[in-house]
Design a binder for this molecule. Structure first.
Ligand code: CO
Length: 170
């Protein structure tokens, strides 16, 4: 078991769409185990593989401590969002790859996701609330989209200005 190093902005791998997992072997199980351990070590509620330098479409999420609805920790391999609710909510988000930076991001309140579990079985879930928000954030990551890109233009401008003026250091 190991806690992996978190990749931070502006590392290139955060801006890359990752290739799918093809082999559901023991290596995949080790990666998922280390991703959970890393997420818990940093008090995160979600983590995408490129945030620990792994070039594979893998996401782990555990919102069980922050959400009153019963949601188990979950690992999603090759996840795809099939449907988004039209209704969105604007809520503050953070990201382990952008420590100390928090801003409001609009996300659909409900989504339907298809993914493979670590044994290679295809699954479908409906997610709501915080669980849906974290899944959208993490699935964006494996498509090379950071939460900055989901903010309003003025919030994005604020972030880039702070970053380039050296007022925001990751
Ligand atoms: Co993130």
């Amino acid at each position: 078991m190991s806690v992996l190093k978190i990749v931070k902005y502006p590392s290139k791998i955060l801006l890359q769409s990752l290739p799918p997992v093809e082999n559901f072997d023991s290596d995949l199980k080790y990666i998922v185990r280390d991703m959970f351990e890393t997420m818990y070590a940093y008090n995160g509620i979600g983590l995408a593989a490129n945030q620990v330098g792994i070039n594979k479409r893998i996401v782990v999420v555990d919102v069980s401590l922050k959400e009153e609805r019963k949601v188990m920790p979950i690992a999603l391999v090759n996840p795809v969002i099939l449907n988004y609710s039209k209704k969105k909510q604007l809520t503050e988000e953070g990201c382990l790859s952008f420590p100390g930076f928090f801003e409001k991001v609009p996300r659909s309140v409900c989504i339907e996701v298809e993914y493979y579990d670590i044994n290679g079985r295809r699954q479908r879930i409906i997610a709501e609330g915080l669980f849906a928000r974290v899944l959208q954030h993490e699935i964006d990551h494996i498509n090379g989209i950071t939460f900055i890109k989901r903010m309003s233009i003025d919030k994005q401008a604020k972030f880039y200005l702070m970053f380039y003026l050296g007022k925001y250091k990751v």
